[in-house]
Design a protein around this ligand. Structure first.
Ligand SMILES: Nc1ncnc2c1ncn2[C@@H]1O[C@H](COP(=O)(O)OP(=O)(O)OP(=O)(O)O)[C@@H](O)[C@H]1O
Ligand SMILES: [Mg+2]
Length: 1011
């Protein structure tokens, strides 16, 4: 095996008792000691010759494990100056808290406190969390008991703030005496108490951050977490003040739990709804699954808004609050619908996980910025909690979100980053400022490879994997999908065959589940690698296959996954060792942010004591290597102006359509709330000019028009301008400084409106550029809609975006066309596609009679039609020569687009037929399988194969599943983790509860007003 100089990293930090401010300080001190230790040891820094020449870059050296920077966009620095050395004074300073409560106060105030205390302790389960401990306050008297609830009750925080706010004020007539000052403070605090108690009527206060103790119990049961990390407690306390938060802690640092506890506070205490935004459909489904047990036990609803799921506007719930778990696109639709109907007050919190997605190109980043900007402008009372492990320009983002910044380097498990060049592995000195200091602690890797193995595995990846498996797990990140598969095979060629004996039964069970998921087929590569506990994971896999492999990995049936870098985002699949096969993703050098996401997977909280990453470099990559480690993480830049201002246009247009901004000055205020505006000078954008240009352009296109106020329902005067208390007039005055002809035209008594088509585009979340085309296509189809087959509808819901990247293979087109039945041939004819055109295409010529786009769209529709008619995805994959995962994605996009068209048609009376036709079609299309499986496929953890197994075992409906026991499901379904079985049952219960609530609501509505 490998000859190594083993490094012994510091012990991981595990909390053993309740958090105290002292602890934090202690840990910080420990961390500093450790860092000092590292510096003192003066480890010899070995230099690779070519690294020396790389230009010097600035690099920050994280000196402590948790460094908290709490500051608001205004006044943060001032606060830090007032309390030097304290990272976030108003939350973490015990002295400040005890000071304000040891003030001599009148009896009535004392009584108030006692009453509240009693209310509090009567509900408090003292066995679970002893809040008094470690809070730095004595434990017998009432003052202590009250102070001990400080962390968990915003109420007390408000008292405290109120006293502090009022203390320095003076009466108009002169200087206050000490006594007067105290009395004024007490009177104000009492007033605040009265208000607070009224506003908190019905709240069930408890010991767990104000939540009932059952919450702690449910978290322990379903997440396996009893104690929070210190930083988590601090952050939750800060978030409990209803302030916006931007949390930046490394991967696996535990950000999710913070967001979830704040979410529970909002649902259970504030009785408001929550939107939880995640970047991918798979992540949304994982979250829905994970939150369902919480919803069932704590009495709130969890609704999935991804793909074709989720209704706009959301259903009004009279009894229960809801957490909408949504993709970025769906969140946009949700927020729009709530803003439009004036229901945004229902929302209390919006959580944005992976907020660095703001910088994602291709429209998603712009879509996220659109949602956040609208919330900032039109619903500034809704709390925002944004999280990321990797953002460069944190302060800028915090200003954009008007958020308190909570940043640190906390990792529960120590991570050692290494690079491998030829046969040497070097530890990366993360504190290095120059290339010369970067590499240290050289060790040699040599494996007992045969000559044959040496030839096939030049970089010794198999040997590196073999060092940790099967006792521990290993993730290998690869630059391409193809590479994932070849590397998985290659690794198995060098691993010892004895590995096949490990967890043999589980592997067979996993294989069975994969067979079921693939409709009888399993990828030949997986067939070879599974016996070794190795698999690949990329977007070419079916969703169901991905889930099974992820679960197999988490259960330990698989111990190595070769995957693309997308696996690094969000899904919690940690490993003892992470290997990065090459510093490229595709042809591009990996970004620092992506690199950090990948290495961050190393080290399992609670299981591993350390984690290690190894980046494999070729000699020629060394030049790049310096810049990767020495440069800071990339900034998160706005993409609103990308692609000819597509995002900004959509933001302005929808703001008018929804009635949240209806004049040019107001639109300028909306734009001024964006990240783009904040970065305008860096990105070289003149935001005001852009707004004017866009409005003019939309007017020219007939999508927007100007009307006298009296003609308009969305009159400016009827719209509340919520932008930082500025009035409409104020905005006008400010913005008219740069007048132009359009602005003159847009005087106060004129407002902007959008056309009906524009409204429909907003409703359907359809790109403005495509709305006209879609409308035309639907109008043409309406004349001759062919309904003897589903092909015509499938053609209409084939997304334009998918079509643009499709390349027709003429021979496949011809085979698919020739297999069509009579009714489908009629549809082709309606679209202008004849046999002659298909023959011409096979000969390599496009007919001028028909647009290439129509042909491409029809080609994709043919693929969808095969699936709709029952062809398995594997077969379709062979027939159309496309990866099975991509086929499934096409299906999902078509279902999502069908849902968009459905909402689009709701605004356009003339398209009523499509609205009615698409209502059910959308749902069926998203599953595209036998009708009997449809009810089971509503469950977020159940894909085709699992649905079939459940069905065959007698579970035919959600009710069947909801009344099952986990052990019953385990015996019916191959390779099902116990936790997933519990989640499936709870998801079924959740769906039933949600549907019952809907029906009850409808019934109550119907009977409203009757005696
Ligand atoms: N207080 C805690 N004690 C023990 N384990 C915890 C605690 N908080 C979180 N964890 C566990 O740590 C793991 C990582 O947590 P989480 O997914 O919240 O990290 P994250 O910061 O969101 O990471 P990422 O940036 O990768 O999304 C999870 O398995 C979670 O259950
Ligand atoms: Mg996370």
């Amino acid at each position: 095996m490998m000859c190594t100089q083993h490094h012994t990293g510091p012990e991981p930090q595990h909390r053993t008792g309740p958090a105290t401010n002292k602890d934090v300080g202690g840990k910080r001190k420990d961390a500093e000691e450790r860092n000092k230790g590292r510096e003192k040891t003066g480890v010899e820094v070995h230099q690779l010759p070519c690294v020396k020449n790389i230009s010097k870059r600035f690099c920050q050296n994280p000196k402590c494990d948790v460094s908290v920077v709490a500051e608001s966009s205004s006044g943060g620095e001032r606060e830090q100056q007032q309390l030097p050395g304290r990272s976030s004074p108003d939350i973490f300073d015990d002295e400040l808290l005890t000071d304000s409560f040891s003030v001599k106060i009148s009896d009535s105030f004392d009584e108030e406190l006692c009453q509240m205390e009693e209310g509090y302790y009567s509900k408090c389960d003292k066995n679970i969390v002893k809040l008094g401990e470690g809070s730095g306050v004595k434990s017998q008297d009432s003052e202590l008991s009250f102070a001990s609830t400080l962390d968990s009750q915003p109420l007390i925080g408000r008292f405290n703030n109120r006293i502090q706010q009022l203390t320095p004020t003076q009466p108009p007539g002169g200087v206050m005496s000490e006594r007067e000052r105290r009395e004024a403070a007490v009177a104000a605090a009492l007033e605040e108490a009265a208000k607070t108690r009224t506003s908190q009527e019905g709240f069930q206060l408890g010991p767990y951050f104000g939540l009932p103790s059952k919450v702690a119990q449910v978290i322990r049961e379903h997440r396996g977490i009893s104690d929070l990390y210190d930083w988590q407690e601090e952050c939750i306390n800060e978030g409990s003040k209803s302030r916006n938060l931007l949390i930046c802690i490394p991967t696996s640092g535990g950000k999710t739990l913070v967001a979830e506890i704040l979410m529970l506070r909002c649902l259970l205490l504030m009785k408001r709804d929550v939107i939880f935004i995640l970047p991918y459909v798979a992540l949304v489904q994982e979250k829905v699954r994970g939150l369902s047990p919480f919803g069932v036990e704590l009495g709130f609803l969890v609704e999935e808004y991804a793909g074709s799921r989720g209704s706009f506007p959301p259903k009004t719930r009279r009894k229960k609050n809801v957490v909408y778990v949504a993709t970025i696109e769906k969140a946009s639709g949700l927020v729009n619908s709530l803003l439009e109907l004036g229901r945004v007050e229902e929302l209390g919190l919006v959580v944005v996980d992976e907020v660095h997605m703001l910088a994602e190109t291709g429209g998603r980043g712009a879509s996220l910025e659109d949602v956040l900007t609208k919330l900032r402008y039109g619903a500034s009372r809704v709390q925002l909690v944004a999280m990321s492990a990797t953002v460069g320009n944190l302060k800028e983002l915090a200003i954009y979100l008007d958020a308190r910044l909570y940043a640190g380097n906390f990792r529960p498990v120590q991570l050692t980053e290494c690079v491998k060049v030829l046969d040497k592995i070097w530890e990366v000195n993360l504190g290095a400022h120059t290339e010369e200091e970067l590499l240290q602690n050289e060790r040699l890797c040599c494996f007992p490879y045969s000559n044959e193995q040496k030839k096939i595995d030049v970089d010794m990846v198999g040997g590196l994997v073999g060092e940790v498996i099967p006792d521990h797990s290993c993730l290998v990140f690869c630059p391409t999908r193809r590479n994932c598969e070849t590397l998985a095979e290659l690794i198995c060629k060098v691993l010892p065959t004895q590995l096949k004996q490990v967890k043999n039964r589980e592997k067979v069970s996993l294989y069975r589940a994969l067979v079921e998921e693939g409709g009888g087929s399993v990828c030949p590569v997986l067939r070879k690698t599974l016996p070794y506990g190795v698999a690949y994971h990329h977007s070419g896999l079916l969703e169901g296959e991905k889930r099974l492999l992820e679960e197999g990995y988490l259960m330990g049936t698989l111990c190595c996954l070769c995957c693309t870098s997308t696996l690094a985002a969000g899904i919690n699949l940690p490993a003892r060792r992470v290997i990065i096969r090459s510093p490229y993703t595709g042809k591009d050098l990996v970004t620092k942010s992506r690199y950090k996401q990948m290495v961050g997977r190393a080290g399992r909280a609670g299981l591993d004591t350390s984690g290690e990453s190894i980046l494999i470099l070729q000699h020629q990559d060394l030049l790049q290597f310096g810049s990767l480690f020495l440069s800071p993480v990339e900034s998160c830049n706005s993409t609103l102006a990308d692609d000819e201002n597509r995002g900004l246009t959509s933001l302005l247009f929808s703001s008018v359509g929804l009635g949240i901004a209806v004049s040019l000055p107001q639109l300028k205020c909306v734009a001024a709330s964006s990240l783009l505006a904040l970065q305008a000078s860096t990105l070289g954008v003149d935001i005001d000019t852009k707004v004017t240009e866009i409005v003019e352009c939309l007017r020219r296109q007939g999508l927007m028009c100007i009307k006298p106020e009296s003609d308009n329902h969305n009159s400016a005067s009827s719209i509340k301008l919520k932008n930082e208390g500025k009035s409409h007039q104020q905005c006008c005055v400010e913005c008219t400084a740069t007048t132009c002809s359009l602005e003159e035209l847009l005087s106060n008594d004129h407002v902007l409106t959008v056309s009906t088509l524009g409204k429909a585009a907003i409703k359907g979340n359809i790109d403005l550029k495509l709305a006209g085309r879609l409308y035309k296509d639907l109008c043409v189809a309406r004349e001759n809609l062919a309904l003897n087959s589903h092909l015509h509808l499938l053609y209409l819901v084939t997304p334009y975006a998918v079509v643009s990247s499709v390349k027709i293979i003429p021979s496949i087109f011809s085979t698919a066309y020739l297999s069509l039945g009579e009714e489908e041939v009629k549809v082709a004819k309606l679209l202008g596609i004849t046999e002659a055109i298909v023959v011409k295409l096979t000969l390599g010529h496009y007919s001028k009679k028909i647009g290439e786009d129509v042909l491409r769209r029809f080609y994709v529709a043919l693929l969808l039609h095969h699936l709709w008619s029952g062809m398995g995805i594997w077969q379709a994959s062979e027939l159309f020569s496309v990866h099975r995962g991509l086929i499934q994605q096409t299906l999902t996009s078509a279902a999502a687009f069908a849902s968009c068209i459905y909402h689009f048609c709701q605004e356009l009376k003339e398209l009523w037929a499509f609205r009615d036709l698409l209502a059910n079609f959308t749902h069926q299309l998203s599953a595209c399988c036998s009708a009997e499986l449809l009810p089971l496929l509503d469950l977020p953890a159940v894909k085709n194969g699992r649905a079939r197994m459940l069905y065959n075992a007698g579970y035919h409906s959600l009710r069947d599943i909801a009344s099952a026991k986990p052990k019953d499901l385990l015996s019916s379904v191959a390779h099902l983790p116990h936790r997933t079985a519990v989640q499936i049952i709870d998801s079924a219960k959740m769906l039933l509860i949600e549907r019952a609530e809907t029906l009850q609501g409808e019934a109550e509505q119907m009977l409203l007003g009757l005696n």
